[in-house]
Design a protein around this ligand. Structure first.
Ligand code: ADP
Ligand code: C5P
Length: 206
């Protein structure tokens, strides 16, 4: 029986498949067994995000994340306290943000592109998972995902990919691949890697 929650960190480049992998992971457990706390909900407000030399907001810099608050909330969950945080709606005016409630659980999943980069977060992790896919595959997936789910047009996605997403992957995400306990390749599918992680985590909380 676990006394302390087991903290699992999941990172990987944008559109590598983190959210998809997580859906599969959450499906394998009862809601009270796992708490997912995603980095997306710790983006700062639009007026606090710096613009690049073309005047375009750059959402791919670590400074865009309120990582002190994020780390504090993870610490609270670790101590068995419930946490609330406003949902991030990707600045989509059509979406009304809800207030998210994070309830302590035996497994806490911390997920996002910079969660290994911030020591305040990565130092709290018991298991580190890196989801890996080729850049060309990530780009193809991001174009489709951003059009369908985040309402961005193709030019916008391509500009951000070249000028923000790719450089940040190289500087702030890929270097931490070497620190991962498990690397899950997702050029084609992640299912076998997911099954291994599920069995491991089930054993941890049994
Ligand atoms: P991330 O959370 O890392 O940004 P997502 O899980 O949102 O990535 O994946 C980006 C897009 O790629 C989504 O539309 C998702 O459905 C798709 N995707 C993820 N993994 C695969 C896969 N193995 N095969 C096909 N499409 C995938
Ligand atoms: O889910 P994913 O890992 O792709 O989320 C991170 C990405 O979200 C970043 O690469 C960033 O460019 C994008 N983002 C965005 N619009 C925002 C905030 C983040 O496109 N308002």
């Amino acid at each position: 029986m676990l006394v302390q929650p087991y903290i699992v960190g999941i990172t990987g480049g944008s559109a590598s498949g983190k959210t998809s992998f997580l859906k599969g992971l959450l499906n394998a457990f009862q809601p009270h067994q796992v708490c997912l706390i995603s980095q997306d909900n710790y983006y700062r407000s639009l007026h606090e995000i710096a613009v690049d030399d073309q005047g375009i907001h750059n959402f791919d810099m670590p400074e865009t994340i309120d990582h002190h608050l994020y780390a504090e909330h993870i610490g609270q969950l670790r101590r068995g306290e419930t946490v609330t945080q406003k949902e991030y709606t990707f600045n989509n005016p059509d979406v009304v943000p809800t207030l998210l409630t994070f309830t302590p659980a035996p497994i806490i999943v911390v997920e996002g592109i910079f969660v290994f980069h911030f020591r305040e977060l990565s130092d709290q992790m018991d298991l580190k998972i890196f989801i890996d896919a080729k850049n060309s595959i990530k780009l193809e997936r991001r174009v489709k995902r951003d059009a369908e789910e985040r309402g961005y047009d193709l030019d916008d996605v391509m500009y951000r990919w070249k000028n923000h997403v790719k450089p940040t992957y190289k500087q702030f995400i890929k270097p931490y691949r070497a620190e991962a306990d498990i690397v899950i390749p997702n050029n084609i599918h992640y299912q076998k890697g997911l099954n291994v992680v599920i069995e491991y985590l089930k054993a941890k909380i049994s």
